[in-house]
Write a protein that binds this ligand. Structure first.
Ligand code: ARG
Ligand code: ZN
Length: 875
């Protein structure tokens, strides 16, 4: 039965201090724990501790060995009678790291001979290591002593400040760490093995000398420098933007190739999926460099939003994740281009969160119930959660938000908080009541914002009528109206912004305003409007909604040409592309398609705009976004239609112009530079070559093959490879063979080799994927590898996964079962690829249903996978 938010009770027992002594071994590790317990209950309540799969070796309470009748360990809970306030419980357990394939708790990364041991505790991994009240509202002081063979485990790390180390008999050694900051168990971490490091000293704004150390296996330590720079930038940024400094003497970061998620913010010992820590020009694309910078920042920012102020319970997960994603987005916008960052974030939201919010897996940013918390690390909790913080921050303004955050830290530092606490602090610091925003946190579904404009020429008035509607989501039919901030400007037909004078407000000269729709429908009257305006609505994507406004192609073309809000300029292009898509006819082009092509062709030839923005403008919405607006989805048709649109665009721009631009962009040779201009150039070059391939395939393939051969960095190399492979160009095979061999020893590069091939559109994809499974480098045991083939295929290649005969569904279902036996978290995540099956056209829909119904009946599925499959089927 599910766990419910409304059933929350404060813990009956808390833990003041925990002392861990851990004797590490690959096959067998023994964990001794000493808990100092606290209870303020007047009546003695039995002590219940979480513990999963622990082999209990010894147990004593207040120095007295417990007899069998004094305790009971069964069903994941250790129950003990006779404990009182101040009691000390000692347990000793054995766990088996090498046998742990779930990558949760204590496990082995890499091989038995060369690999290292590490932990992942969020959300509930600590109970796989030791007995403890494994919930985020129990904060304890940790003292951790690690012991191991010195030759096999020369490096011993745990979170906190170092507090001694030394030799032991029999070639063993020890190291101790004390964390002065009380923390919940999900932030515990240790690492042990043969690791190299790079380091740097850092002086915090409040005067603390901190040693920053990045650890990895020896062969990739040279790829850690970019992350170390990014870490330093993040630390400075948090000091400047939020007045937050680091609070330990040492900050460790460790890279592993075996990790379920992106990275983990363990106190003082962040652990990263190598994909988000290692960066070098030969392996990493520009996008990956930016992802490393963003994830390093994200995990670092958690030290305040997550660690110093943590979550009361897992329903509040977005309290730390939404807020930290928001901070990370602010940081990335500051380090790079703000409009491009906004475009990227909104595109991600639409590709991942909107489909989640529109289907059977829909849940509020703060879910009301769950069965398996690991299934709730979702785009809704992270990405929509960030949008909610952004709305509130926008409401308060930069200074107001900072004041609110200061009060939030002041009130809740060292404690576990709720989303109500967060909104209350932000509101109280600004004397504003923000409770209306709580509804955004507890209601699933993406609101549709309907906007309608009427111009009265005689009165010179423009009336904007806004209304909102959120469709029902599973288990929640009645939706409340939400406060929706709409940032807007009005343009005249010459492309100039008009001063805005809202009825009843004093005259001003501002050309941009935020109006807040707080009811189902509301009218806003603008005075002294000299001519019928074109509204630029929801600027900067001021609320996570679907805007419905009946723009004509001309009006969108006007915004595309003139809007000074970089995001809305791009957005006008996206909306125009949507119109073009909807009205596309074979042969005979629609007005919208012509308008889209003309507007972009004009920008392509005349405008001196940033290369990266141009590249994004030249890219229509993705297949998933088109599918999201249809009720009988045929992914093959969507793919074909999107191709046709792009063909029209390429024809309109013309072979000569494309070729000339490609040549100009390709003229920059030499070592790849990471500055924004160089990255932008590569981004546009890729797009131009893709467009060229639609109108002159032969020439484009020759250029791509040459680009592949000459590339000095991964961005250009992968772009060329991907184009050749996706279009099944004759040059693809030799480039693939070359790549396979060149990167045979580089797992992150090899992942891209699998990924690119899993993206082949349409019918051929399934055979390609099946064939790649027999490559000796393929394994289901490594999450990155499994995702690079199966995840890429099922989640990012709609025309390949949803083939008309439905043959990919039972294939992926079978892999889910195999994966589930190894790693339930990864299986459950992959299963979300089936989300949206109910809206497929009938033939595919019935094939998908059949595969899912067979899957849900399989015996021994993990709670993780059965929850997702059950929900997807709406059982
Ligand atoms: N807190 C980590 C992050 O920053 C994610 C950890 C998720 N772990 C999990 N088992 N679901 O985003
Ligand atoms: Zn996070």
């Amino acid at each position: 039965s599910p766990i419910r938010l409304r059933d929350y009770r404060p813990p009956a027992w808390s833990v003041e201090a925990i002392e861990l002594e851990i004797d590490l071994g690959i096959d067998s590790t023994e964990v001794s724990s000493r808990l100092t317990l606290r209870s303020d209950a007047s009546q003695p309540t039995p002590l219940r501790l979480d513990g999963e799969g622990l082999e209990l070796l010894a147990i004593a309470l207040d120095g007295r060995k417990l007899e069998a009748q004094d305790y009971h360990y069964g069903q994941s809970v250790l129950e003990i009678h006779g404990a009182r306030d101040g009691s000390v419980l000692e347990t000793r357990v054995r766990v088996q790291p090498a046998a742990n394939t779930t990558l949760e708790g204590l496990y082995l990364s890499g091989s038995r001979e060369h690999g290292f041991l590490l932990t992942q505790c969020e959300a509930e991994g600590f109970r796989h290591i030791s007995f403890f009240p494994d919930r985020p509202d129990v904060l304890a002081r940790y003292t951790v002593t690690l012991r191991a063979d010195r030759e096999r485990f020369p490096v011993l790390l745990a979170g906190g400040n170092p507090a001694g180390s030394g030799d032991l008999p029999d070639g063993r050694h020890w190291a101790r760490f004390v964390d002065p900051h009380p923390k919940p168990s999900y932030l515990f971490a240790l690492v042990a093995g043969r690791l190299q490091n790079i380091q740097r000293n850092y002086l915090t704004a409040d005067g603390r000398q901190v040693q920053l150390v990045i650890w990895s296996e020896a062969n990739v330590i040279d790829s850690c420098h970019y992350a170390l720079d990014a870490l330093e930038r993040s630390m400075r940024w948090d000091e400047r933007s939020y007045g937050r400094s680091f609070d330990l003497d040492v900050f460790h970061v460790v890279a592993t190739h075996d990790f379920n998620m992106g990275a983990m913010e363990n106190k003082g010992l962040n652990i990263f999926n190598a994909k988000y820590l290692l960066a070098d020009p030969d392996t990493s694309t520009d996008d990956e460099y930016r992802a490393v910078e963003a994830v390093v920042a994200h995990e670092y920012f958690h030290n305040w939003t997550g660690n110093r102020v943590t979550c009361r319970d897992w329903f509040q997960l977005s309290l730390k994740e939404g807020l930290t994603v928001f901070r990370e987005q602010q940081f990335s916008a500051d380090m790079n281009s703000a409009p491009l960052k906004r475009i990227e974030d909104v595109a991600l939201l639409r590709r991942t969160q909107f489909p989640e919010d529109a289907g059977p897996l829909a849940h509020p940013v703060r879910p009301a119930e769950y069965r398996e918390i690991n299934n709730f690390y979702t785009a809704t909790v992270y990405e929509k959660g960030s949008e909610l913080v952004r709305m509130v921050a926008g409401r308060l303004g930069q200074e107001g938000f900072r004041r609110g955050m200061d009060l939030y830290f002041q009130r809740h530092d060292g404690h576990a908080a709720t989303i109500e606490d967060f909104l209350a602090a932000l509101g109280d610091a600004n004397h504003i009541d923000l409770t209306a925003y709580l509804a955004w946190y507890s209601q699933a579904g993406t609101p549709h914002l309907h906007a309608k404009g009427e111009y009265d020429a005689t009165r010179q008035e423009y009336t904007l009528t806004l209304s909102q509607l959120t469709r029902p989501t599973p288990g929640d039919a009645e939706k409340k109206p939400l406060p929706i901030p709409v940032k807007l400007s009005l343009f005249n037909r010459a492309g100039q912004m008009l001063p805005l004078q809202l009825n009843g407000e004093a005259q001003g000269d501002s050309v941009e305003k935020v109006i807040v729709l707080g009811r189902p429908t509301q009218r806003f009257v603008f005075k002294q409007v000299p001519s019928a305006p074109v509204p630029s609505l929801l600027r900067g994507f001021s609320a996570p909604v679907v805007l419905e406004y009946d723009y004509s192609p001309d009006e969108l073309a006007l915004l595309l040409a003139h809007d000074v809000d970089g995001f809305n300029r791009w957005e006008a292009g996206q909306q125009l592309a949507m119109l073009a898509f909807d009205t596309l006819r074979d042969g005979d082009d629609s007005t919208a398609c012509k308008a889209w092509c003309n507007a972009l062709a004009a920008l392509f030839t005349h405008d001196a705009m940033d290369d990266a923005l141009l590249a994004d403008l030249l890219t229509p919405p993705g297949e998933i976004e088109f599918a999201d607006r249809q009720s009988e989805v045929d992914p093959a048709r969507i793919h074909a239609q999107r191709e046709t649109m792009q063909l029209r665009l390429a024809e309109r721009i013309g072979i000569d112009a494309l070729l000339a631009r490609y040549r100009a962009l390709a003229a920059h040779v030499g070592e790849p530079q990471l500055d924004a201009m160089s990255q932008a150039g590569r981004r546009l070059k890729r797009r131009v070559l893709e467009l060229l391939a639609l109108v002159d395939a032969e020439q484009a393939y020759v250029l791509a093959a040459r680009q592949y051969d000459m590339a000095s960095g991964m961005t250009d190399r992968l772009a060329a490879l991907s184009l050749l492979v996706r279009r099944c160009a004759p040059q693809a095979a030799s480039a693939l063979a070359h790549f396979r061999e060149r990167y045979a020893g580089n797992p992150l590069a090899l992942d891209k080799w699998f990924n690119v091939q899993a993206q082949v559109p349409g019918e051929p994809a399934l055979a390609v994927v099946k064939n790649l499974e027999s490559d000796p480098a393929f394994t289901l045991k490594n999450p990155n590898r499994a995702r690079s083939l199966l995840g890429a295929f099922a989640s990012t290649n709609p025309s390949g996964f949803h083939r008309a005969d439905g043959a990919a569904y039972p294939f992926v279902a079978e892999r889910l079962v195999q994966l589930d036996a190894l790693n339930p978290q990864i299986a459950a995540r992959l299963a979300t690829a089936f989300n949206g099956w109910q809206r497929l056209e009938p033939q595919r829909r019935s094939a998908a249903r059949q595969a899912l119904e067979a899957l849900v009946q399989r015996e021994g599925l993990s709670p993780n996978l059965s929850e997702i499959v059950g929900n997807v089927l709406q059982h």
